[in-house]
Design a protein around this ligand. Structure first.
Ligand SMILES: *Cc1c(COP(=O)(O)O)cnc(C)c1O
Length: 413
C-alpha cells in the first residue's frame, strides 16, 4: 500500500494493518479489560516484554493497538501510543521524560492548556524558557547545559504564528535535544513532522483527526529520528534491547500505564472512522478558510486578519514551503467601534463555542475565555488583543459561511 495515495492508504488501513477477523473491514471494538493466557509462562513473557500481547487494557488493548498502528503509519513513525485526550498525551509524555532540575525550551505561543500545564512542570522543579519560536535563533540562545527538550506547535492558536520548524530541527540535532512537536493544527495530510526532524509528535485526535466534535483522544508518535542513548532520563528498567524503543517504552510504562489516561475502545473506533476523511475535510476547511480570510481582510469593519494564507502574514512564505495548505484557523481584530460580542451573538450558522478542527465553523472571543487565565501581560506577548475573535473554519458551503458573517456585520455596524 505504500505506493498508494494518502486517502487510499487511510481508508484501507484498518483491513491491511490490523487484519480484522471474519473479513470485517473495521477492527472490532473490544471492551475486555483483561486478557486470558492458558499457559502462565506466556502471561509472564508478555508482562516482561519478551513477547507482544495485551494483559490489562489500561496499558494496551486490541482496539487501542489498531488505532496506534494507523496513526503510526500516518506520521511514518516507529511506534505510537494513544491517550484519552491530547492533553493526556502531552502531560503523560512530559511527566515520564522529565525530572527536577531539567530545563526545557517551549513556545511562548502555546495552546492555553499546555501553557497552563507548564506551570505544573515548574512546580515540580523543571525550569522552562518560553521563547519566540518563529526564530530558531531564539531557541538556540536559550539552550543550557541541562536543556532536555524543545516543545513547540506548528501553527500557534489563535494568532497563527508559525514556528521556524526546520531551523528548530537543526538546533535540536546540533545540541542533541529531544524535539517534541504538537502537530494538532497541521495533521499529516498538511505537513510531515518527521520531515523537519521532530523526535516525538504529539497531537490531539479530538480536533482534525476525529473531526466531528463527538470524541476525545490524543496520540504520541516516535519518529525514530532521536537517539535515546543521548537522553539521560531513561531509567535502566526501560533500556530495552532495541535502543529505538527506549523512549516509547518509558512513556508507555510511566505515562500511559502509571498515569492511566487511556483511550476508551469505543473512542478508538470512532476516531479511526473520522480519520478516513481527513484529507477531504482538510482540503475543504483550508480552502474555505482562505476564502473567508480574503473576504474578512477586505471588510471595512475588520481591522486585521491573522491567517497564514494571506500575503501580509509574517510567515506566509514559510507556511507555503512547509504545508500543503494554510490551515483552517484564523483570527480577526474588529474595528474599535464594532462590539465583538454583539457580532458573535449575531452569527446564526457559525457556532459560538470553544474547540477547533470541527466540520462546523466555530467562533470564540479568546481573551475572555481560553486565554483568560494568562492575564493581560502574557496575552500581549502572545499577540492576543482584547477583542480578538478566533474562527475555526468548517466544511460548510463557503457562500453560507460568508453570508452569515455578512449579515452579522450589517446587524452590528
Ligand atoms: C486541543 C489541543 C490540545 C489538547 O487536546 P485535547 O484533545 O482537547 O486534550 C493540544 N494542543 C493543541 C494545539 C490543541 O489545539
Amino acid at each position: 500500500m505504500s505506493n498508494k495515495g494518502f486517502t487510499t492508504r487511510l481508508v484501507h488501513a484498518d483491513r491491511h494493518l490490523n487484519k480484522p477477523e471474519h473479513g470485517a473491514v473495521h477492527q472490532s471494538t473490544n471492551n475486555s479489560v483483561l486478557f486470558e493466557y492458558e499457559d502462565v509462562h506466556e502471561l509472564i513473557d508478555v508482562f516482561q516484554g519478551k513477547k507482544a500481547g495485551h494483559v490489562y487494557s489500561r496499558s494496551s488493548s486490541s482496539s487501542a493497538a489498531a488505532l496506534q498502528n494507523i496513526i503510526n503509519e500516518l506520521e511514518q513513525g516507529i511506534a505510537a501510543l494513544t491517550f484519552a485526550t491530547g492533553m493526556a498525551a502531552i502531560s503523560s509524555a512530559l511527566l515520564s521524560l522529565l525530572k527536577t532540575g531539567d530545563h526545557i525550551i517551549a513556545s511562548q505561543y502555546l495552546f492555553g492548556n499546555t501553557r497552563s500545564f507548564i506551570e505544573t512542570l515548574k512546580a515540580l522543579g523543571i525550569e522552562v524558557s518560553l521563547v519566540d519560536v518563529t526564530e530558531a535563533k531564539a531557541v538556540e540562545d536559550a539552550v543550557k547545559p541541562r536543556t532536555r527538550m524543545v516543545f513547540t506547535e506548528t501553527i500557534a492558536n489563535p494568532v497563527t504564528q508559525i514556528a521556524d520548524l526546520t531551523g528548530i530541527g537543526m538546533v535540536c540535532e546540533k545540541h542533541n535535544l529531544l524535539y517534541v512537536l504538537d502537530n494538532t493544527m497541521t495533521p499529516a495530510y498538511l505537513f510531515s513532522a518527521k520531515s523537519v526532524g521532530a523526535s516525538l509528535v504529539v497531537q490531539s485526535l479530538t480536533k482534525y483527526i476525529a473531526g466531528h466534535g463527538n470524541v476525545l483522544g490524543g496520540a504520541l508518535i516516535d519518529t525514530g529520528l532521536f537517539n535515546w542513548q543521548d537522553f539521560p532520563n531513561i531509567v535502566s528498567t526501560y533500556q530495552v534491547s532495541d535502543i529505538a524503543q527506549w523512549g516509547i517504552t518509558q512513556i508507555k510504562k510511566r505515562g500511559l500505564r502509571d498515569i492511566g489516561a487511556t483511550l476508551a475502545p469505543e473512542s478508538a473506533a470512532s476516531i479511526s472512522v473520522g480519520l478516513e476523511t481527513l484529507a477531504l475535510r482538510m482540503e475543504r476547511s483550508c480552502s474555505n478558510a482562505l476564502k473567508l480570510a480574503t473576504y474578512l481582510h477586505s471588510h471595512p469593519a475588520v481591522k486585521q486578519v491573522y491567517y497564514p494564507g494571506l500575503a501580509d502574514h509574517p510567515q506566509h512564505c514559510r507556511a507555503r514551503e512547509l504545508f500543503k495548505a494554510y490551515g483552517a484557523i484564523l483570527s480577526i481584530d474588529v474595528n474599535p467601534d464594532v462590539d465583538c460580542h454583539a457580532l458573535l451573538n449575531a452569527l446564526e450558522l457559525v457556532i459560538t463555542a470553544t474547540h477547533l478542527g470541527d466540520t462546523r465553523t466555530l467562533a470564540l472571543p479568546v481573551a475572555s475565555t481560553i486565554f483568560f487565565e494568562n492575564g493581560p501581560e502574557e496575552r500581549q506577548r502572545m499577540g492576543i488583543g482584547d477583542t480578538m475573535i478566533r474562527i475555526s473554519v468548517g466544511i460548510e458551503d463557503i457562500d453560507d459561511i460568508i453570508s452569515d458573517f455578512d449579515n452579522a456585520f450589517s446587524m452590528v455596524s
